[in-house]
Design a protein around this ligand. Structure first.
Ligand SMILES: O=C(O)CCC(=O)C(=O)O
Ligand SMILES: [Fe+2]
Length: 225
């Protein structure tokens, strides 16, 4: 979670952000993610700016731990500021997939460019080493998809889960979300101690218990009126 930034919906920019979602995010999502259940029904959003500041500038977020978003599709636009250093956005696999923690892409942010990705794709931002970086983030959501999940038509977080495969890359580990973080980073020369706040978090294990059903519950998807 970012501690520094601004929720644009709360400062009078909701309508502007809604038109950005309708004119940019929704049409591109239809083209890029045509097989997703929600690709035709993105209808609301949580839109905010994130801000990272290098240590030399004092307090601020330096990086963002590995996570997936509370969105169906995310638009991430790099707005500035000139001269920031170290801008990597590391992507891994999709939440629930066997390659969830395998590295897939490292994107270097540059001002004026954007990336559109599925919300469930694991990602995290590198430590900024100079200057300040500000990005606009649109978490686009579908009410229909979320209602389907709430009523059990699809699993609660949207997707069935597959047992994790053998490839787990250190760059994809999350200090806050992975119970095995410390064991896995030991000896890898990367990562570090969890902060106090991260230690207090309740872990939600990625892999489902052995007997958990991963299939969609077909019976539940029949709605009686
Ligand atoms: O810093 C970035 O570019 C990513 C931000 C992000 O993933 C988020 O706020 O959910
Ligand atoms: Fe994110």
């Amino acid at each position: 979670m970012n501690n520094y930034g601004l929720v644009l919906n709360e400062v009078g920019m909701r309508d502007y952000c809604t038109s950005l979602m309708a004119k940019v995010v929704a049409p591109l999502s239809k083209i890029l993610f045509p097989t997703e259940m929600f690709s035709n029904s993105l209808d609301h959003h949580h839109t905010f700016c994130v801000e990272y500041r290098a240590e030399e500038l004092g307090v601020g977020d330096r990086h963002l731990d590995m996570h997936h978003d509370a969105s169906e599709v995310t638009l991430n636009v790099c707005l500035g500021r000139d001269g920031f250093k170290a801008s990597g956005l590391q992507f891994c696999g999709d939440y629930g997939a066997s390659d969830h923690r395998a590295s897939s892409l490292k994107l270097e942010h540059t001002i004026g460019t954007a990336v559109l990705h599925l919300g469930r794709r694991r990602h995290g931002a590198d430590n900024i080493t100079g200057g300040e970086r500000v990005n606009l983030i649109v978490w686009a959501r579908s009410s229909a998809f979320r209602a389907a999940a709430a009523y059990g038509h699809v699993p609660p977080d949207g997707y069935p889960k597959t047992k994790e495969g053998s490839v787990v890359d250190t760059v994809c580990l999350s200090r806050a979300n992975d119970a095995d973080y410390e064991d896995r980073v030991k000896g890898s020369g990367q990562g570090g101690e969890r902060g106090e706040e991260e230690k207090k978090r309740k872990y939600v294990p990625f892999n489902p218990p052995p007997k958990a059903s991963c299939a969609l519950n077909v019976k539940k998807s029949i709605v009686k009126f």
